[in-house]
Design a binder for this molecule. Structure first.
Ligand code: CTP
Length: 384
């Protein structure tokens, strides 16, 4: 309806950005961005309730139908400064010019109210081939904004996309620019990468791009980063929380002091505390992992065991039972299931420990028979 309203007032308006990409990929969408030929003052004159959230960039927040939408005027960007931001923007009436400034072809679609897709850079072909490709000249895109290097890596992890060759080469060339932008922004992208479904692919690309060599604390840590991948034997392992991902990363990076490391990355004290707790539990679990060595063979590694320890502690469960319990699991086949320590402990708690083996057998049978998808969400939904 907002697009209609803008059109009725004589302007052009489209959905743009990541939400169009996600609609085309049938993924869940979060923020909906609208781009329009109307200038900010004109947008404000059309809608009753608006908030200026970045009017100098052309963005007005419109409150309508119990929701809020960012409406941004078509714009081109002036010269970039700091390898991160343009020195200013120029509002334009033409959609095409707006799409030209965007980072990747899959992020440069516009979707009209009637469902028509405007695809200036052959993004639909890239979507089909699962490729991340820079719009126009890749070197220019990364030179304008170095964070895009981290964004490309993160999208490869969240979408299971490869990075197109020329784009990847340009990322390698411009990786040193990451040193010039704030570490907090790189943290956010790396964090999203690690907690994505295809984090292995993202991390592989992160290592291969050598981007890590330009981030504090990761310089020269190629072998350690490789260990992050090697030490998790199951292909079906996801980090359930950011804290878990970072604890695992820091263990593998052989970081002695989590606090010092995370301080350099400007993360909050609360986050640091949580990461440190998991890190410590993991160390204990590594010492005790021989007790669950049979499970270890099947891909349940010490990290999951550590999660169990933490969960048990939180719920005041006697942890001395954990090894015995985990040993009882009747894993007969080698099919690896997406069940992590947390799920294990949830059921240990709920059912007194006796039924976990049965639940796992049941889930395993369904997966083997193709009646249940072998992914974390599906299994969790079934088990819950
Ligand atoms: N964009 C860009 N360069 C950036 C950041 C954003 O060109 N460094 C453009 C892209 O067209 C992007 C849009 O702005 O799609 C919106 O950016 P943002 O909301 O940060 O990311 P999304 O692509 O929407 O991805 P997601 O919301 O899934 O993180």
């Amino acid at each position: 309806p907002l697009i209609n309203t803008l059109e009725e007032a004589g302007y052009e308006a489209y959905f743009v950005g990541g939400s169009v990409r996600d609609v085309l990929l049938k993924r869940r969408i979060h923020d909906v961005d609208i781009a329009t030929s109307a200038y900010p003052e004109e947008v404000k004159a059309i809608f009753e309730k608006t908030v200026d959230i970045g009017i100098e960039h052309g963005t007005v927040l419109v409150l309508a139908e119990d929701s809020q939408y960012e409406i941004t005027t078509f714009r081109t960007e002036d010269v970039y400064v700091d390898y991160r931001r343009p020195s200013g923007v120029t509002f334009v009436r033409c959609l095409e010019e707006d799409l030209l400034r965007r980072d990747f072809t899959i992020n440069a679609f516009a979707l009209a109210e009637d469902g028509q897709i405007i695809d200036k850079f052959d993004g639909l072909t890239d979507l089909e081939n699962k490729l991340i490709r820079a719009v126009g000249v890749a070197d220019e895109r990364f030179n304008e904004d170095a964070l895009r290097i981290m964004r490309a890596l993160r999208f490869s992890a969240s979408l299971d996309f490869d990075i197109e060759e020329k784009t990847f080469e340009a990322m390698k060339v411009h990786a040193p620019l990451l040193e010039k932008i704030s570490i907090e922004r790189s943290f956010i992208e790396l964090d999203k990468l690690l907690t994505s479904d295809y984090w292995r692919k993202g991390l592989r690309n992160f290592i291969d791009s050598k981007a890590y060599n330009h981030l504090t604390g990761l310089v020269g840590k190629e072998a350690q980063l490789e260990n992050v991948l090697k030490n998790i034997k199951s292909d079906y392992f996801w980090f359930t929380t950011s804290e878990q991902a970072w604890a695992y990363l820091l263990i593998n990076l052989e970081v002695e002091n989590c606090k010092d490391f995370l301080k350099k990355w400007n993360v909050s004290n609360e986050f640091t505390k949580k990461v440190t707790n998991i890190y410590e539990a993991y160390k204990i679990a590594l010492e005790r992992v021989w007790e669950v060595k049979d499970l270890y063979k099947y891909g349940f590694d010490a990290f999951m065991y550590a999660e169990g320890l933490l969960e048990a502690e939180e719920r005041d469960i006697d942890t001395s039972l954990l090894p015995q319990l985990t040993m009882k699991l009747p894993i007969k086949s080698k099919s690896e299931l997406n069940i992590n320590g947390q799920v294990l402990m949830n059921h240990f708690n709920r059912k007194g420990g006796i039924w976990i083996g049965q639940i796992i057998s049941e889930v395993e049978e369904l997966v083997v028979n193709g009646q249940l998808e072998n992914n974390q969400d599906a299994i969790l939904e079934y088990v819950e």
